[in-house]
Design a binder for this molecule. Sequence first.
Ligand code: BTN
Length: 261
Amino acid sequence: MLYQPVELLNSEKIKSVIELDNLQRLSQLEILDTIDSTNSYLLRLIKSNVSSGRVCFAEQQTQGRGRRGRSWFSPHAKSIYCSLLWRFKEVQQDISGLSIAVAVMILNSLKKYGITEGIQLKWPNDILFAGRKLAGILLECSGTHVVIGIGLNLCLPQREDHWIDVMQITGELPKRNYLAGLLLNELLEKLPLYQANGLKEFVSEWRKYDFFTGKNITVHLPEKSVSGVMYGINDAGELLLQDQENRLRNFRYGEITVREM
Ligand code: BTN
């Protein structure tokens, strides 16, 4: 392929993709070249009375963070690193449902981008393609505020078996601003619905794309691991597992791996 320059993020181009009603919920859109972590940046701003709907993208992160204390590979202009701050009416004690809803929002934006086949969801909030990770979500709370951090692989400089990126899927250089706009449009439209009605409309969509239902899995919790067959998720977004004693068990948190039989 001939060398094609990567499209840098541009706030006007991103905004042009967002529908007017949804744009009203965007209090500020900021594009930084380099930051430690877009999530850490917004968490720091909460102390200074920041408004709900504030969004930050960065071209690169020097200390991008993943779930469970892992780091998130964040090379310059090769992915989308985005955080959105959202204020709820009550303190968010339990954000496991929100992580299911946000995964479905990312899925919808990828479908609108044209990736209509092959996306899979891994409980509680990974987006996969062909069994490889395409996007991840890191939710962090501070009182009534939640910072929703999203990392979406676009054209990573090196290939690894456990990752995939949009360019490998579509065979074309990603339209970064267009995809960032679709993602933001979806979040701004659907977060109020989640706030008003909870998980209802997201669970049915999740079930259609759940990659692990029917598979032999292990759920890893901080204190133990439990193996069995994945039974999908219940209406509260909890993972259902038929354990080795044939009991149906539900889990709000944890990480799953496939069990080789
Ligand atoms: C995961 O799957 O482990 C979650 C990855 C989340 C990465 C994103 S990139 C933007 C935001 N800032 C961070 O430091 N992390 C999230």
